[in-house]
Design a protein around this ligand. Structure first.
Ligand SMILES: [Zn+2]
Length: 282
């Protein structure tokens, strides 16, 4: 393996698509202030990470954003409010993303040039809008046709410059990998799937992945990095309750094992910003 890019979608637990229309925010419970164990683990492992922050919570977490930067990580944008891009018009998306960028930059006191769409719902016209707003990279492409929300972003005109990396001019797209098994794409790069699979299985799947790939991207969320109890509303159905809670306990340890497994196979962990710099793109 060559590069591993660990990314965090810096959002609250109630931003999950199946929770956001339920009365969760009123509880006041927040997981982002609990990420210090994760930050310490990253320091111990010497791993630098790209955090994509939901802009509406940037101000209340300004101190944490600046601590993240102080520790050498990078900060990008994960939208204004975590609503799906497919539910927004191009005009609404452009206006909101302009505001989101300004909100995160004000909180972090650093320019923001990276983006990840909520639930990987990026579309080509919105990618062009991002570029016009001064963004330099995006990480929203995933090939996973079985998922009802995810889109496989059209990158016509882009050149593939490396495994999972596409460029057009000075703009870069970083793909979220899946593992192709027969006619199925298996999402092995993070979120609920990483929580669901035991490490012994993940190790087998990553081994299969590493036979065909040189680079790997991981994505995680703050609620997956702490065992803090979540005050889930009674209306939440059993399936989504399971999706939310499965494998949370011990996930931070499992992530450390994944990091060590990848490092042992030669993977270097850098931020996406650092990767662009190394490629001479910024
Ligand atoms: Zn998200």
């Amino acid at each position: 393996m060559k590069n591993a890019w660990l990314t965090v979608d810096l959002e609250e637990w109630y931003h999950l698509d199946y929770l956001k229309h339920l009365p969760c925010r009123e509880t006041g419970a927040r997981v982002i202030p609990r990420i210090f164990d994760f930050l310490d683990m990253l320091d111990e492992e010497g791993v630098k990470v790209t955090f994509f922050c939901v802009a509406e919570i940037a101000e209340q977490n300004a101190g944490i954003l600046r601590e993240i930067l102080r520790r050498g990580h990078a900060i990008g944008c994960h939208g204004l409010d975590h609503e799906l891009l497919t539910e927004k018009s191009l005009e609404q998306f452009t206006e909101e993303t302009c505001r989101a960028k300004a909100l995160i930059e004000a909180a972090a006191q650093r320019p923001v040039t990276g983006y990840r769409a909520s639930c990987f719902t990026m579309e080509r016209d919105k990618l062009e809008a991002l570029r016009s707003l001064g963004f330099k990279y995006d990480s929203s492409k995933i090939r996973f046709a079985q998922h009802p929300l995810y889109r496989n972003l059209d990158l016509t005109g882009f050149e593939q410059v490396d495994d999972l990396v596409y460029a057009e001019g000075d703009f870069t797209e970083y793909e979220i990998p899946t593992l192709d098994l027969a006619r199925w794409s298996l999402p092995i790069s993070g979120g609920g799937y990483m929580r669901l699979f035991p490490f012994w299985l993940l190790r087998i799947l990553l081994g299969l992945y590493a036979k065909k790939h040189e680079n790997f991207t991981i994505y995680v969320h703050p609620f997956e990095l702490t065992g803090m109890p979540l005050p889930l509303p009674a209306q939440l159905d059993a399936k989504n309750r399971f999706r939310c809670l499965v494998g949370r306990r011990g996930n931070l340890k499992k992530l450390r094992k994944v990091i060590r497994w990848l490092k042992k196979r030669g993977a270097r962990f850098t931020t996406l910003e650092a990767d662009r710099r190394e490629r001479g793109l910024s």
